[in-house]
Design a protein around this ligand. Structure first.
Ligand SMILES: NC(=O)c1ccc[n+]([C@@H]2O[C@H](COP(=O)([O-])OP(=O)(O)OC[C@H]3O[C@@H](n4cnc5c(N)ncnc54)[C@H](OP(=O)(O)O)[C@@H]3O)[C@@H](O)[C@H]2O)c1
Length: 327
């Protein structure tokens, strides 16, 4: 096994963010600062990014343009979202320099395999209209075809070595998926993007990530998966949680802002999605207040251990086989 030496290298610092509004309302937002995280290969990434899952293509470019004008400098998309092209359009329309934006996208399962994943990189960059990616991750562990998952990751290693991507990683990997992957590959993932909100915090995955120097990135960071349609009636919306509402009222903030603050104070990356300009701005306005240790512990205690999204250990062949178009 030639796993890179794990290092406790997920650091945090505040960095000026070109174009960020100068709200200057608190110690964590001096000069319009965003929080940046240092990945295990030294690359820095804005902790708070902007998600576009389920953003209709016709609304995505406007949402991305708004986000970049508000001050976000990190966009998370995926081949499977069908809106990489519109993410690229939004970037260009915003007038923000491409080099000032951290672009993250994901390879879909139907493109797993070594050559297929190299080709998936070409598809993604063509659609986004960029030459390189800041972070390219595997969308699922795909347990029914894990050999192809490993081959896909080896293609990411090649892209990294060739300078086509600045960092590589995974998504929805649990402890055993990471253990298997690390045993068969050379580069420790920089990021593991997982379902993570107050009702489902996955402490075991977070611990595994930390042990290997992998940054945990929260998807559904304000609990979208606990309320948007299509994932079952058993769910309770974390946006309506009373504990979070009380904390929010105390800070004159919204529940979404409190959850994002909770994510950031735990040194995680979070990538909230919205297509609504007011909510896009609201979700970025989280650098001017601080949750107390008691408030942090109160939110930590809300974890139910019950997943709202799909179980990464369940194969979904028809879904996995969905073809990602060339253009
Ligand atoms: N790797 C994976 O398997 C995976 C899975 C899911 C998501 N993701 C990534 O993570 C990102 C975020 O996750 P998510 O989209 O599932 O959930 P989320 O960001 O936690 O929540 C999004 C939902 O909350 C609403 N919303 C946004 N801001 C709000 C606010 N301030 N107050 C009230 N409601 C608000 C949005 O509606 P409006 O748009 O109408 O505001 C949307 O319905 C995705 O966009 C995607 O990039 C990855």
């Amino acid at each position: 096994m030639t796993v890179d030496t794990p290092v406790a290298n997920v650091g945090r610092h505040l960095t000026g963010n070109t174009g960020t509004p100068q709200t200057g309302r608190g110690p964590n937002n001096v000069g319009g600062m965003n929080q940046e995280l240092v990945l295990n290969n030294g690359v820095t990434m804005p902790a708070l990014g902007f998600g576009v899952f389920q953003s209709p293509p016709e609304e995505t470019s406007a949402a991305v343009e708004t986000a970049l004008k508000v001050g976000y400098r990190h966009i998370d998309t995926a081949a499977a979202y069908g809106n990489e092209r519109q993410v690229g359009e939004g970037l260009r329309r915003s007038g923000v320099d491409r080099d000032d934006v951290f672009i993250e996208t994901k390879v879909w399962v139907s493109d797993y395999g070594y050559d297929e994943t190299l080709h998936a990189f070409e598809k993604a960059t063509r659609k986004l209209g960029v030459d390189t990616l800041d972070l390219l991750i595997l969308h699922q562990p795909a347990v029914d075809r894990f050999d192809r998952t490993v081959a896909a990751y080896q293609a990411l290693e090649t892209l990294l070595a060739d300078g086509r991507v600045r960092a590589i990683g995974v998504s929805n990997f649990m402890r055993h998926h990471l253990t298997d992957l690390l045993a068969r590959t050379s580069v420790v993932p920089a990021v593991n993007q997982i379902e993570l909100h107050p009702y489902f915090a996955q402490p075991d995955v977070q611990k595994t990530d930390a042990e290997h120097g992998i940054l945990t990135q929260a998807w559904s960071p304000i609990g979208g998966i606990t309320f948007y349609p299509g994932y079952g009636d058993h769910r309770r919306s974390v946006l309506e949680d009373e504990t979070i509402a009380a904390i929010a009222a105390g800070h004159h903030k919204s529940p979404a802002q409190v959850m994002l603050r909770w994510q950031l104070q735990h040194d995680r990356s979070a990538i909230p999605k919205s297509t609504n300009p007011g909510r896009i701005a609201e979700n970025f306005d989280v650098f001017d207040f601080t949750l107390t240790d008691t408030e942090m512990a109160g939110i930590d205690a809300l974890d139910t251990g019950v997943r709202s999204g799909p179980d990464p250990d369940v194969a979904r062949p028809a879904f996995f086989d969905r073809v990602i178009p060339e253009d």
